[in-house]
Structure formats: C-alpha cells, structure tokens
Design a protein around this ligand. Sequence first.
Ligand SMILES: O=P(O)(O)OC[C@@H](O)[C@@H](O)c1c[nH]c2ccccc12
Length: 362
Amino acid sequence: MEGLISLKSSPRTSLSSFPSFNQPPNSFARRFSMDLPLRRSSFPAIRAQQPGTISPKEEDEEDALKVKEWEVGMFQNEVAASQGIRIRRRPPTSPPLHYVGPFEFRLQNDGNTPRNILEEIVWHKDTEVSQMKERKPLATLKKFIENAPLTRDFVGALKAAHSRTGLPGLIAEVKKASPSRGILREDFDPVEIARAYEKGGAACLSVLTDEKFFKGSFENLEAIRNAGLQCPLLCKEFVIDAWQIYYARIKGADAILLIAAVLPDLDIRYMVKICKMLGLAALVEVHDEREMDRVLGIDGIELIGINNRNLETFEVDISNTKKLLEGEHGQLIHQKDIIVVGESGLFTPDHVGYVQEAGVKA
Ligand SMILES: O=P(O)(O)OC[C@@H](O)[C@@H](O)c1c[nH]c2ccccc12
C-alpha cells in the first residue's frame, strides 16, 4: 500500500490526467482510501449447504476480498495510465459478480485480447509468475540468497571496457528466438555461445530467460553462470513482480532489465532499491521521451537502455537513440553519470559509431 500513500503526494502521478473515467478526478482513489464502503447486504447469500463447510460470514469476507482485489487492479491500471503507460498489467476482467461500484468500471472491461505483443507477453508473465511464486515463495528464495555467491560488477565491466577501448562496451545477447524474428538459431547451445562471446571480447552477456516468446530459460542463465566465465550476466526478463528479481539473483544474474513501458514509477523506484539490496545492477529500458523523462526523475539509476525497437510494434529505428540523448536529457544523463546502453537494430560498425556519437557507452 506504499503506492497509495506516495501517490497522493506525488505530482507526477496525478490521477487527474487519466482520461477514461467519466467521473470527478480522484474519486476512485478517494473512495478506495476511505476503505471502500462495501454494501454487504447486496451480496447474495450463496450459503454453505452443510455444517462444517464455509460459513456465511467467511463467504461474505471472501466476496469482499475479491471485490477489493479487483479494485486494486483497477487502481493500478489507473496509476499506470496517468504516467502514459499503455500496457495493461492484466486482462481486464469483469468486476466480481456482486460488485456495487460505478457503472463506468463495467464499460472499461470490453476487449479481453491484448492490444499488442508487449501486452500479450506481460499478461502471460502475470500468470507464469503467480504459478512460480506458489511453488517457490519469496521466503524460500530469501534463504537461498543468504548462501548465493556474490554478484559481479556489471556497470564496472562496461565502464572498464569503454575506457580500455574507447568504444562502447559490448553486451552480447544469448537469444534463441524473438517474437519479431522467430527462431534465430536451431542448434542452440547457450553455454557454447556465451563462451564464444566472451572470447570475442564481450564485456557482459545478456541472457533471455523468457520461455514462451524468446525460447530462453532460467536454466540457461544458471548454466552460463556455472560455466566459469568472467563476463557479468544480465537477466533479460519481463519483470512485473519483485519476486522475479530475487529469482534472477538465485539463478546467477548480476543485473536485471526493468522496462519503463511496463512499470509505473513507483515500481521502478522500489525495484531499483531491491536490486541494490541484492547486489544487482538495474538496466532501466526506455523507448520514448516520456519514458526517458520519467526515468530521469528517479534517483539511484546508473544504467539506462534506449531501445531502438518499439516493443509494441517491432519497428526499429536507431535514430531513436540520438533523439532521446539530445538536449536536456543528454545533459542530465551526463550530470548524473549514467551509462547509456544502445539496444536493438545495431548490425554494422557504422551503426555502433552512430550511437556512440550520440552518447552511448555500451
Ligand atoms: O536483436 P536485436 O535487434 O539486436 O535486439 C537485441 C535487444 O535489444 C533485444 O533483444 C531487446 C531489447 N529490449 C528487450 C526487452 C525484452 C526482450 C528483448 C529485448
């Protein structure tokens, strides 16, 4: 509930800019924070038939909880939208059967199909993570972390490569497939590929761990971590829940990706802190100026990735890097000593030269 509290005091997350509710701004937040007056009497009684099963009171409580969970979901979407985030975290389910809130919420819930590939990935991730969390609760992960080997310095490795060569440090990616290009390599041996990258001069490696859309895995990450290489490892995931950060740490990550198109400011703040606590670097990825603005307003960020690929449409344009590093953004990045990673669509030395010229160091 930290979110609710800071939301009210933060001008960046003003709910008043949220466009799609035909009701006075903030009314949802106000109603929510007043501890939603659930009209118990309007919950039809589906009573337990036999003694010893769920009591009517428990059932009422369960109903109330469902409504509340649903309201929290709506509230999260509202906050995200107010920050210009178009990706909805979950499919818009209908309100619980006995919901007694405003009619507008029902209108929101048409269109149960994802609007684009990023949204599809995120919706699938939500289900995947809740299942994984059930099998390996956070408390269990925390115990493992106590005995996990130390992380390696991801940012340090990039800086060292850049100052040694005068060129951007290379993060070489271990990726079997992608939604935009299908299978990239059939005979895919992640460890062998990782070794070849390191031998070829990569400063760091990035390992896709998403299974469904990129044919990656946490097993690949773990295997590469156990292969005795020097390069620090980035876990390339779609993080929507802090649990994934702990899991990545256990599986051998030294850094993790956080995507601004998916995560509201407060999540990024919170997750960056968790990364620090776990000894991981956070690579915060942006694609447009609004995301860059948001991320530059967050303290403690050392690494920003500019993705030249729009993850919603797959369009690639390397001039995006130049555009996002011009003017005030570029100055702020310089002042804050942030390392910028140029991502996607870099095929030739000329491309690398172009983004380096724009200010990219990795
Ligand atoms: O194959 P490319 O165009 O060289 O792109 C690499 C990398 O930028 C891309 O894999 C990527 C960038 N951001 C991501 C977020 C999730 C998954 C993948 C990515």
